[in-house]
Design a protein around this ligand. Structure first.
Ligand SMILES: [Zn+2]
Length: 312
């Protein structure tokens, strides 16, 4: 276990629903399941091999959010991300292309292609998509140092290293804020969405991609679903996502399911197989053309969008 991770062993902060504030935590979605002695440096890296570890998860009876409670102190989480390892450049590029494809139909609805901010930018692969889509300025922010070190020379200067901080951006000037597979990790996702709202210009959009725990894929996998993860402090459904964005002031809010395109060897890595067998299968697949072909699959993800009203 890494030095910065001791704090994760003390999930002692009980919290109400981070979207609607309901304190009724009697509906247990999954009891805590973790063995922190097995937690490696990849536990807080994106697109890692799933470990089937998670904090106690409860389902909010009011807004449908599933959230971890109790959780560790926010500082422990920030430290764990800062030190997380990174080895998924190829997959990040595939994900960025998927997100670029998802973004396309929304571009014509934006007020302009001025400033875009990508929160949880990783190695900046999606910043390339934003620049290629015509944005004048594409800025990323990423708490982990390793993916930034792996960024291409073109986009590395556009990525700020650290936690997202609203005050580092001009208020009311962004046309688009994107946040992919990141809201689940934030101690306070509502506060992030409210900050995004303030940074957007009227008509600007917040576009997020996250898991939908109610998606048939995740329901079928049950306790073996990779979304039950120690990194995920909350899990959204389409209903709870729409609820959160509306509560933050967004209009025209919608959430729909998407497919992701990844190479076959990546899909195999997420499959619920025993660890040793999985490693052998993935390594073998990576060596072949078959393992490298990209395949679109529904993986239980959704895209959600909300617009800052013109009149606000
Ligand atoms: Zn709630």
């Amino acid at each position: 276990m890494m030095a910065g991770m001791e704090g994760l062993m003390a999930p002692d902060h009980a919290r109400p629903c981070p979207v609607c504030g309901d304190a009724d935590d009697s509906r247990v979605f999954a009891e805590a399941a973790y063995d922190l002695s097995k937690l490696g440096e990849h536990a807080f890296a994106s697109r890692k091999v799933p470990e089937y570890m998670h904090y106690r998860l409860v389902q909010c009876p009011t807004c449908d959010l599933v959230y971890a409670s109790p959780v560790p102190a926010a500082e422990s989480l920030v430290r764990a991300y800062g030190e997380a390892a990174y080895d998924s450049g190829a997959e990040a590029a595939c994900a960025a292309r998927t997100y670029g494809r998802i973004l396309k139909p929304y571009l014509s609805r934006l007020p302009d292609l001025g400033m875009a901010i990508d929160v949880g930018a990783g190695d900046g692969a999606f910043l390339t998509e934003l620049a290629d889509a015509g944005f004048e300025s594409a800025m990323g922010v990423e708490p982990s140092a390793a993916p930034i070190a792996a960024a291409s020379p073109r986009v590395r200067p556009w990525i700020r290293h650290g936690a997202f901080r609203e005050e580092e951006y001009p208020a009311g000037e962004a046309s688009l804020i994107t946040c992919f597979q990141t809201l689940e990790h934030l101690p306070d996702p509502m506060e992030f969405c409210r900050a995004a709202f303030r940074l957007l210009k009227p008509g600007g959009a917040l576009l997020v991609v996250d898991h939908d725990y109610r998606h048939v894929v995740n329901r079928a996998l049950g306790r073996r679903s990779p979304i039950l993860d120690i990194e995920h402090l909350q899990l959204f459904s389409r209903r709870s996502m729409v609820e959160m964005l509306r509560r933050c002031g967004f209009a025209g809010v919608e959430a729909r399911h998407i497919t992701n395109r990844y190479p076959l060897h990546y899909w195999l890595r997420l499959a619920p197989l025993p660890g040793g067998l999985k490693r052998r299968v993935c390594d073998a697949a990576r060596q072949t053309w078959l393992g490298r072909i990209t395949i679109p699959l529904p993986v239980g993800n959704m895209v959600a969008v909300g617009y800052k009203p013109i009149s606000s």
